[in-house]
Design a protein around this ligand. Structure first.
Ligand code: TRP
Length: 317
């Protein structure tokens, strides 16, 4: 049997260029077998039903607009596969609490509370704490071999492996232990201010804003005061993005203004046809719902098999 290559995308806002280069495009290029919208993962952050629904819709349309082929990739919404949540519940019982205490995002939340002299658990919900277990369930349910992710997700994959091994150690060889695959060249995409592109830093370039807005965003990329013909650092976001979008290097002895114009043109050329498809899907969402429905039926077939195996292993009928 071929390798199972699975990835999930958390929907906590409008998809941006960092999502596209770091997750969406690599997964599509790789010909992933499973791709899902991690809508229940988003719930530890998003408590606004309308915003949540809108962001699920945007993420679904984005993946399809970027070229995900639902005939080749099982495309589904996590919440449509209840087997995920049953497996997650089972996995909590072989997951050491200490492993969760060491998870980066939980640790970061605690550290920030302590720094700000608040109670360590202030605003920390169990969704955040159990996040890695739910993610392990997403992965293990489908006998996944590879999970192409950015470096920020590396620890989560390691945790999923640890949980699978703990389960197998107790109940015998039942779950497939996956391997991570991190694409080093796309691991982190910087945002407008040079920090990692992230909604929480407010430094994103939305993927499907219109051309005029895209140009505005590109113009906002922070630059220095070097003269037009002075050599500029090749690691600068402008040169990096140009390379990601064209596969070619942009001459770095170009003025910042010209560089921005060239970058905008290169990005818009790639994005425009996808944007058109995206806008179509957003206004014909029933088509997308149909695809997701079909995906969940397909996903649940394998999910059921794994869950039956797991239930048998733990002594539940
Ligand atoms: N945690 C991932 C992120 O924030 C999303 C995710 C949820 C995921 N479940 C997954 C990624 C399973 C890969 C496999 O981007």
């Amino acid at each position: 049997m071929g390798k199972i290559v699975l990835t999930g995308i958390k929907c906590t806002g409008t998809p941006h260029v960092g999502n596209y280069l770091g997750a969406i495009r690599p997964m599509i290029d790789m010909g992933g077998t499973h791709c899902f919208i991690a809508d229940y993962h988003a719930l530890n952050q998003v408590h606004e039903p309308k915003a949540h629904a809108e962001s699920v819709k945007q993420v679904a349309c984005t993946w399809l607009a970027c070229g995900l082929d639902p005939k080749k990739t099982v495309f589904y919404r996590q919440s449509d596969v209840p087997e995920v949540f049953e497996l997650a519940t089972i996995l909590t019982n072989v997951t050491p609490k200490g492993l969760m205490n060491r998870a980066h995002s939980y640790k970061a939340a605690i550290a920030s509370n302590i720094e700000q002299k608040r109670d360590a658990d202030f605003d920390v919900n169990m969704g955040l704490y159990n996040y890695p277990i739910l993610m392990a369930a997403d992965i293990l349910l489908f006998n996944t071999n590879l999970v192409p992710v950015g470096s920020d997700q590396k620890q989560h994959i390691e945790i999923a492996c640890d949980i699978a091994k703990s389960f197998n150690a107790v109940y015998g060889d039942t779950l497939v232990v996956p391997k991570e695959t991190i694409r080093e060249d796309v691991a982190t995409i910087q945002g407008l201010d040079g920090r990692k592109m992230s909604k929480s830093y407010g430094n994103i370039i939305p993927l499907f804003c219109d051309s005029a807005e895209l140009l505005k965003c590109v113009k906002r990329i922070a630059t220095d005061s070097s003269a037009p013909n002075e050599a500029k650092p090749k690691e600068h976001l402008i040169f990096q993005l140009y390379k990601h979008f064209t596969g070619k290097e942009l001459d770095n002895k170009i003025g910042w203004g010209d560089a921005k114009q060239k970058l905008f043109e290169a990005m818009d050329k790639v994005i425009a046809p996808m944007r058109e498809k995206y806008n179509h899907l957003m206004s014909h969402y029933a088509e997308v719902e149909k695809i997701l429905e079909k995906g969940s039926v397909e996903a649940r077939g394998v999910a059921r098999e794994t869950l039956d195996r797991v239930r048998k292993a733990i002594g539940v009928k």
